[in-house]
Design a protein around this ligand. Structure first.
Ligand SMILES: [Zn+2]
Length: 291
């Protein structure tokens, strides 16, 4: 399994002070170091800004990630849905998303290699998708798919709200539901891979940079190891031939690549049943204030 983490420097960057953002980054990096898991992470350039200007302290958090061995990719500037904006606007969001990661890699003698679609949305029609893919190719990016999709962001929003209210018991309850939920998501997509390919495939897990993972990512990885998983880089996972499967899904959802491959093969409706639900108390606590 490969681990990917979206929305760096922090999912809630627009409403989290820079000092707190640094504390959460410190905890998140410690969790990843403890777990010894290779991570490819995806940056929203717009989240580096404070009052409209790029903030050097926020950029420094990305340097800390690189120093910790995390590979950084482009997740656009403003996290625009490629299903909702014209191809030219999507391309502009990608271009603006390059600035800092290009600079950081140039300092180290490399370049960013990966692109992750906001909301996993890849364009509503083939003309839009082809135009964006050609642009990504021209920049030397490889698309980072996701097979194990989930709603960790909803748990994270609930956890953030509980933290803001100083409700440590609530935080524990949310975290206690989070790890089993993620394991259920992994099992659901394992079953789907078995059905589609007749074998286990190298999975790509989606997570987000947030307070919840800053406190509990290592526990999740420990539980996954207990279930028999080992962790590989995104390069290694994508060597699985499953990732060469065709994808002609043009629906409005941002969905797992396993779902895309199933859809492309003609599966519909009940084939997709059984995706784990987020508990009601988590949804209620998350409210509507999430990115
Ligand atoms: Zn994102």
């Amino acid at each position: 399994m490969a681990v990917t983490m979206d929305d760096l420097p922090l999912n809630t960057a627009s409403r989290t002070g820079t000092a707190e953002l640094e504390r959460i980054t410190t905890r998140l990096l410690a969790q990843l170091r403890t777990a010894g898991v290779p991570v490819t992470a995806f940056v929203n350039e717009g989240k580096l800004a404070v009052k409209g200007r790029r903030d050097a302290e926020r950029v420094r958090q990305l340097k800390r990630c690189l120093d910790a061995g995390i590979e950084l990719g482009n997740h656009t500037f403003a996290h625009k849905s490629q299903n909702d904006v014209p191809a030219e606007e999507a391309k502009e969001d990608i271009r603006k998303g390059k600035r800092t990661i290009d600079e950081l890699y140039a300092e180290r003698g490399g370049r960013p290699r990966w692109f992750r679609h906001p909301y996993l949305q890849t364009g509503r029609d083939s003309a839009t998708r082809n135009a964006i893919n050609a642009y990504l190719d021209s920049l030397g990016y490889r698309i980072a798919p996701v097979t194990v999709d989930n709603s960790d962001w909803l748990f994270a929003a609930a956890y953030e709200n509980a933290a803001a209210e100083g409700d440590s018991a609530g935080m524990r309850t949310i975290a206690g539901a989070y790890v089993p939920y993620m394991l259920e998501c992994v099992r659901y997509y394992e079953r789907m891979a078995d059905t589609l390919f007749g074998r286990p495939v190298a999975q790509t897990l989606l997570m987000h940079a947030n307070r919840l993972n800053g406190d509990h990512a290592a526990e999740l990885f420990r539980r996954l190891r207990n279930e028999g998983y080992s962790f590989v880089t995104l390069d290694e996972a994508l060597r699985d031939p499953a990732y060469a499967s065709p994808d002609t899904f043009f629906g409005k959802g941002g969905i797992s690549w396993l779902h895309r491959w199933a859809w492309t093969r003609g599966h519909r409706g009940a084939f997709f049943a059984g995706e784990p639900d987020v508990p009601e108390f988590v949804k209620n606590r998350a409210g509507t204030k999430y990115d």
